[in-house]
Every structure is written in structure tokens, then in C-alpha cells.
Design a protein around this ligand. Structure first.
Ligand SMILES: [Ca+2]
Length: 469
């Protein structure tokens, strides 16, 4: 079986029509979900581009592969599912964003187009004590709105992907995996007018945020608000332009998905191709007074996951929490390949049994963590059934019931009736990682990397980076 893997950047998995967010126009994704299975509670391993993608391709937690931030080079001591597939005769082709920091060696994705490498990466992730403010971040928020030619990178990815499907794909019996990887709906929230105009400013609802709520945010979340220069809430007009711009970019992606599916059908490939739609992390979009990602809250860590194709029962909705690390064994199995001996320690499990409606024995929790720019220590989050537990290393914990409180406004961690649940979550966290050790490992690696960059980058360039260039 072939696989068409469609990945977006910064897409909150809840903002689609098929996830009950009817004011977001996603007709093609809604139809895809109807044809297959939607995983309603999907989490990324770490809500930031480079670490999330390194985790996605290796199938391993960022705390295991030591990929903490947007300046962490990809360590090719870890093999990827790209290696597994290529080694076993599957032709792997990527178009669009991979996002590896050099030197990245052999990452297993040799046939690429516009893969987005970083030479030194973002040094703000290496300076966490004290957290530094990133100047200019607020300005990029405040400029959102309709704009011509705002999706040129993705337009090129789309044209190359369609061309490959029509003309350039292997024409013999060799199976293939095609990875179309878009940078939208990542900010800036400029969107083509034809998609922006789908939305009405009067209908946009802003999240409720009180001064008291902002005052009571955890120290690490306050760090992020300071780092991103968004401690002042935007006026309604600015906020609305960002929300519409973001939704319009999701609609733009949806349009691209429609073209891909149409082309699969036209080429007679629909019956032998598994479609997987996913993203690397979400976008806060002003919830809790926070923007972009890096936060432990749902808009930042929840991602979309839809699968459709051979063997997938149509119309299924899976509520079991799943992780993007589950996609490594899923993609290997879907292409008829085998995991190898070193994969025995992968944390993920194939999603095909769940997707085929055949098993509910999947791990019953999802895990996310963050150790990059804007936080003075790391955080770890666990989702199990209706509950979400957040451990802020050195700064306490929070507990939310997402069924009753999807916006995570009411922290239950101090209530007597939840103390056993807090103890159980803490025990599960310590089964997975030693949080203090992981935090120390991240900071040691970051200090060493900063010194390396300081000695290998021209001083003027280094100073400019510090100035927020
Ligand atoms: Ca990203």
C-alpha cells in the first residue's frame, strides 16, 4: 500500500468542522474524516518545530533523543522511519518543510524539495536563565490580515506534489510514501483574500480572559508571555484579524488537501493509498493571553490526525489519546515494512488496529513536554481519559478535567478529591522520565551548544541574533 502523508505546521487539531468547530471551513478535511477515522485526542511530543519533527521522524521522545529546541542539530545516531521504508524497498519522497538543524547527517529523507534546513538555529532556545525577550514578536502578531501572495512556499510545495502524483511517481510496482509538508497555518496570520473573505469579523468570539486569570498563570507560562512580548492583550480588531487569518490559512490547507485527493482519484490511486493528515503542534491564538506554541495547554499541544484508505473503517471517531510518536510504527506497518530490533524500545504503537476498529488495547495516555525558548525550566503534560496533568519542573502542577473544562480555566490540583489522581499522574510521569534529570540534561546541552555557536558564528551575526534579528 502507498501512503500520502500530509503534514501542516502549527495547526490546532480542534479547529476543523469535523472536530465540532463549525465556524472553520474545512469541507475537504470533514469529508476525509467521514471516509476514515479521526483521532480526536492527538498530541505532539513537544510543541515546537524542530523538536516535534525530530520526535516525529524518529518515533522517540525529545527527552530521549536530546532534541530540545530550534537550535538542536538532528543526531543521525537515531534512525527514522524514512530509513526503515527506504531500506525495505519503499520509495520515499518529500515536498516541503522537514526542518532539521545542521549538521544533520543522514536523516533518511534524501529525495526532498524545499526542506528548510537551519544552519545554527534559533539561539533563544539556548538562553533560558533568565528568559530573554524576543523583540518584534508582538509586531508580527499585530500585522495579521488579508494579503495577496501570502502562501508562496506552500503553493510551490503543492504544485510539485501534484506534479509528482501525475507524472513523476514510480510507475512500476514499487510502493511509495509521499510526504507533502506545508508551513501553513503557521504565523504570520496573513491569508489569501479568497480564504480570508470566507469569514465574518462580527462572528468571531474571543476567549474570556480576566486580569485575575493572567495573574494566576504558572510562572513558566508567564515566562512565555514575557518572552514573546505579548503581556499586553491585543485590541479586538487585532485579535479578530489573527483568528480569521489563522482560520483562513486552515481553509487554504483544506483546499490543498481537496486538490491532492482529487488527483489521487484521477490517477486511480485512491484504492491503494492510505492518507494520513497530521501536524507538528498547535497555536495558542490568544488563549490564556498566550500566542504561538510552547505552552502546555490544549491549543498548543493538540494536533489533527485523520486517516483514510484501505483497511480503515469509515466514519470512526477514536477518543483514546494518541501521540505523534505512534506514527512511526503506523507508517512502517502501512507500507508493509517491518520494524527492526532497535525499534523494540520505541514508545509508540501502530494506530492501524485502532483505525481498523479491531482493537482498543492502545496505551491509554498521551505525553508531551517542552524544553525550549521562553521557559526557565521544562514542563511535562499527560492526558489520560478526561484528565490532563501538567508538571512544571520546580513550579508545581495543574490538573484539568477536559470534558467539563476544555479551555483549562479551572485548576483542580489543590482539591482534596483529586489528590489520588495527582499521585497517580506523578507516578506515571516518573515511570516515563525523571523530570529533574531531563531538565538538567536539556540545560547542559543548551549551554554547550551556545558556546559552540558563540565560537563558530561571526560576532556581528551573533550580536544581531541576540538583538532579535
Ligand atoms: Ca512548527
Amino acid at each position: 500500500m502507498n501512503v500520502l502523508l500530509i503534514m501542516t505546521d502549527e495547526q490546532d487539531g480542534r479547529r476543523m468542522g469535523c472536530m465540532g468547530w463549525p465556524k472553520v471551513h474545512t469541507p475537504n478535511l470533514d469529508a476525509l474524516a467521514q471516509r476514515g477515522v479521526i483521532f480526536e485526542n492527538t498530541y505532539c511530543d513537544s510543541p515546537l518545530c524542530v523538536p516535534s519533527r525530530a520526535s516525529f521522524v524518529t518515533g522517540r521522545r525529545v527527552s530521549e533523543i536530546h532534541c530540545w529546541d530550534n537550535a538542536s542539530p538532528f543526531d543521525d545516531a537515531w534512525q527514522t522511519w524514512g530509513h526503515r521504508l527506504e531500506d525495505q524497498g519503499v520509495h520515499v519522497q518529500t515536498f516541503g518543510k522537514l526542518d532539521f538543524v545542521r549538521p544533520c547527517g543522514d536523516h533518511g529523507f534524501a529525495r526532498d524539495f524545499q526542506p528548510c534546513y537551519r544552519d545554527h538555529g534559533d539561539i533563544f532556545g539556548l538562553m533560558r536563565n533568565p528568559v530573554r525577550q524576543r523583540t518584534g514578536a508582538q509586531a508580527r502578531r499585530d500585522r495579521a490580515g488579508p494579503k495577496q501572495n501570502s502562501t508562496q512556499y506552500d503553493d510551490a510545495v503543492q504544485q510539485e506534489t501534484l506534479e509528482w502524483l501525475r507524472s513523476d511517481r514510480p510507475k512500476d510496482s514499487e510502493p511509495w510514501l509521499l510526504w507533502a509538508s506545508y508551513v501553513k497555518p503557521h504565523f504570520p496570520h496573513f491569508a489569501p483574500p479568497e480564504f480570508y473573505d470566507l469569514y465574518n469579523a462580527d462572528e468571531v468570539e474571543l476567549p474570556p480572559i480576566s486580569e485575575e486569570h493572567l495573574e494566576n498563570l504558572n510562572r513558566l507560562n508567564k515566562d512565555l508571555r514575557y518572552h514573546f512580548e505579548v503581556e499586553e492583550l491585543p485590541d479586538r480588531d487585532t485579535w479578530v484579524r489573527n483568528i480569521i487569518g489563522y482560520h483562513a490559512l486552515i481553509s487554504y490547507i483544506d483546499h490543498n488537501v481537496g486538490e491532492l485527493l482529487q488527483t489521487l482519484g484521477d490517477e486511480g490511486l485512491a484504492d491503494d493509498t492510505l492518507i494520513v493528515f497530521c501536524s507538528d503542534h498547535g497555536e495558542m491564538l490568544g488563549a490564556h493571553g498566550m500566542w504561538w506554541k510552547c505552552a502546555p495547554y490544549e491549543p498548543s499541544v493538540r494536533t489533527p490526525l485523520i486517516m483514510a484508505g484501505p483497511g480503515i473503517e469509515p466514519g470512526q471517531r477514536v477518543s483514546t489519546p494518541v501521540d505523534n510518536v505512534d506514527l512511526f510504527p503506523t507508517l512502517v506497518e502501512a507500507t508493509g515494512c517491518q520494524l527492526t530490533e532497535v525499534d523494540a524500545t520505541l514508545p509508540g504503537e501502530s494506530l492501524l488496529p485502532l483505525a481498523g476498529g479491531k482493537s482498543d488495547s492502545h496505551r491509554d495516555y498521551a505525553f508531551s513536554q517542552y524544553h525550549g525558548h521562553g521557559v526557565s525550566s521544562g514542563w511535562f503534560a499527560l492526558r489520560r481519559r478526561d484528565y490532563k496533568y501538567i508538571h512544571y519542573q520546580g513550579y508545581g502542577a495543574e490538573l484539568y478535567n477536559l470534558a467539563d473544562d476544555p479551555e483549562e480555566m479551572h485548576d483542580l490540583s489543590g482539591l482534596v478529591e483529586h489528590q489520588q489522581r495527582m499521585t497517580d499522574f506523578d507516578a506515571l510521569l516518573h515511570e516515563l522520565v525523571d523530570p529533574a534529570q531531563v531538565d538538567a540534561d536539556a540545560k547542559a546541552d543548551q549551554a554547550a551548544r551556545l558556546e559552540w555557536i558563540r565560537h563558530n558564528m561571526p560576532k556581528e551575526q551573533f550580536d544581531n541574533k541576540l538583538a532579535g534579528e
